[in-house]
Design a protein around this ligand. Sequence first.
Ligand code: FES
Length: 353
Amino acid sequence: MGPSRKIAINGREFPFKPGETILQVASRNGIDIPTLCYLKRATPTGACRICLVEVEGARNLIASCSTPAAPGMVISTESERVVRSRRLNIELLLASGHHYCVTCEADGNCRLQDLAYKYHIDMSRFPERPPRYPAEMENEMIIRDFSRCVMCGRCVQACNEVQVNQAISYGYRGIDSKIVTVGDRPYINSDCVFCGECVQVCPVGALIEKPSRFKAKAWEVEKVQTTCSYCGVGCQMFLHVKDNRVVKVTGVEDSAPNYGSLCVKGRFGYDFIHSPERLKAPLIRENGRFRESSWGEALDLVAERLTRIKGESGPDSIGILSSARITNEENYIAQKFARAVVGTNNIDHCARL
Ligand code: FES
């Protein structure tokens, strides 16, 4: 790295790699520049102007999320001019819709709320704009409340660039602007696959998981990291737990392999956890009816039957079908059981079928 490839931020010098933005250099070095529209895994759009910084010699404030660092830049991230501009932008965003926090699902997990708090803005100088579009409440998974949308475009980027579903985009013009599906149809009649990526990245309360609504405030839940059990990918997820019940699921943003993304099953398919119909004990069929048994009894019965079948018809009369919903280690044990215990190579896996 050449000695001149450095920038100064708030009086301290930092080296940078070619292509790095000012925001990336700052956050790598522990300097917090607030953002709203910036989405790590997508192309920066510079839409919200919250991340503006002052660069010595530049006439205008510039968006740090979309401006590459250049040798010799001298940058202030919280100068009086920057703060004045940031406050104005926050006030305009607050006035752009219905940002009433009391019953908002994003309360406690809202970037706009955090920004208003950080910059001591308890009221916008500008009148609130009345809602132009009714909220879309009908969908079973995602509520779209357009009155809370700040048009930051994170949902569009998440859908188009991260998930590459291309189900939503910008629609209409000027004051009528709105995030739309193709033909501005309800989600259920669109190309949406309900992965919920848009909900996870929404920085305000415009997109909400319907099943979680009114279940818990952000600070009431314990977030438990776990591995999704729906397939073998191993996506990392947070279970949001309140009173020993899972009330929401989100992806873990900085963890492989999914880096925050989930599919519809992983994000919304958790109702089985507390289902009264969930099987919690093995069932043994007797006289055409199932009865609950202990694991010991069930395993003894399976062992006894397998031994009998093997004795009567040989080991190759038995086949074992394994599952993508269990771990690699469990699949390894299944094939070991087939080959070493039963004595057959009849072992297969549902994902191969
Ligand atoms: Fe940079 Fe929005 S975060 S412009």
